[in-house]
Design a protein around this ligand. Structure first.
Ligand code: ADP
Ligand code: MG
Length: 360
């Protein structure tokens, strides 16, 4: 499903929609930070916005939260138009990349802060804050100051502070960006569990494609303030709608029209994932055979990079086409391909993804 060929501008949001954006734009002078975005995010969905730095992700979040005023368009939360409402008058909460904790307050008081602002009595807010800290496994650190915590712990405090007020929608702006890889992967699992347990709608911003693919129900890929692909992680990965998406989300081999004609015997631009290509010894040469649906092409390995879980090979085909190939280690795999080795690359026609012609 895609919103780019069927604009949602005219449609009203279906029931069960948590967030509905229509024709949403934000300009800063000449910069179109957000450019006519149409989007419906469902209740309880884990929704990610993925895109390179500067593509407008943060601005969309800030518009939803009410920290920015839209240049044009509307924002609905649970069916109510909140476009001109103040941030405190919207049932959303934001976890910022830098966590924005109060350094002079204890962890427990940081978490209880949102309840205090809402006028919840002291005993009750301490109870709820302790419970939220328990949810992120920090019940034992309530008395500490944020400065006495590790990065991962601060991240959890920021989460606890946001969920304690039970918002319908949680906006998360690259919340794992400051963590090292190991902790990041651990927090990804915990975030997903938390979201499932609480049933809150998560809108998650990241520039990390793997993070978006593993966590999300759906992903919107952003480029220059626009959504260029909207779909499930599998759709985004397996059926990218453009060369931009195919290249930004993971690595892709892109065959332009001339290469497609030469190598595949068909016109048009095509993408092929590196893990869909098999590498065999030179002797296995079977030339392209349309009846089997398998393409085989001879070439030479120009680079072999050890990845732990496998190898990334660069292959120069005899016709001049360069391929990136991902080989998983299977254990049984006896021979290792080396630089300079002559090989045959083969792949199934079914694994080719046709792409629209790039607009000049
Ligand atoms: P992302 O979060 O995807 O990195 P942003 O939403 O932060 O992107 O920014 C989108 C574009 O808007 C960028 O070109 C950025 O420089 C510009 N921008 C964002 N905020 C402001 C601002 N307050 N003033 C001027 N330009 C801004
Ligand atoms: Mg940003």
């Amino acid at each position: 499903m895609s919103t780019i060929d069927e604009p949602a501008s005219d449609r009203t949001a279906p029931p069960g929609t948590a967030i509905s954006l229509r024709g949403l734009s934000k300009h800063f002078g000449d910069v179109r930070a957000v450019d006519e975005v149409d989007l419906d995010i469902a209740d309880g969905e884990f929704f990610s916005m993925l895109g390179p730095s500067g593509s407008g992700k943060t601005t969309v979040l800030r518009l939803i939260a009410g920290f920015e005023q839209a240049t044009a368009g509307t924002i609905e939360l649970a069916g109510e138009d909140v476009t001109s409402r103040a941030p405190f008058d919207r049932d959303v909460n934001t976890v910022f990349q830098d966590y924005a904790l109060f350094p002079h307050m204890s962890v427990l008081d940081n978490v209880a802060y949102g309840l205090r602002v809402r006028g919840v009595k002291k005993a009750e807010r301490r109870r709820q804050a302790a419970e939220a800290l328990g949810t992120v496994q920090l019940a034992h650190l309530g008395d500490r100051r944020p400065g006495q915590l590790s990065g991962g712990q601060r991240q959890r405090v920021a989460l606890a502070r946001s969920i304690v007020v039970r918002p319908k929608v949680l906006l998360l702006d690259e919340p794992l960006g400051a963590l090292d890889l190991k902790l990041r992967e651990q927090m990804q699992v915990e975030l997903k569990q938390l979201q499932r347990d609480l049933g809150i709608t998560f809108v998650f911003v990241t520039h990390d494609q793997e993070e978006a693919l593993t966590l999300s129900d759906r992903v919107a890929v952003f480029s220059e303030g626009k959504i260029v692909h909207l779909g499930s992680p599998q759709e985004i990965y397996e059926q990218p709608t453009s060369e931009y998406v195919a290249s930004f989300v993971g690595t892709s081999n892109i065959f332009d029209s001339a290469t497609s004609q030469r190598l595949l015997g068909r016109p048009g631009t095509h993408a092929l994932r590196p893990e869909k290509i098999a590498i065999g010894p030179e002797a296995s040469t079977g030339s392209t055979d349309a009846s089997t649906g398998v393409i085989s092409a001879p070439g030479v390995i120009t680079e072999s990079i050890y990845l732990g879980s496998g190898h990334r090979l660069h292959v120069l085909l005899d016709d001049g086409t360069r391929l990136v190939v991902l080989e998983q280690s299977t254990g049984a795999q006896a021979q290792k391909e080396q630089r300079g080795e002559k090989v045959v690359a083969s792949w199934s026609l079914d694994d080719l993804v046709p792409l629209p012609e790039p607009t000049p």
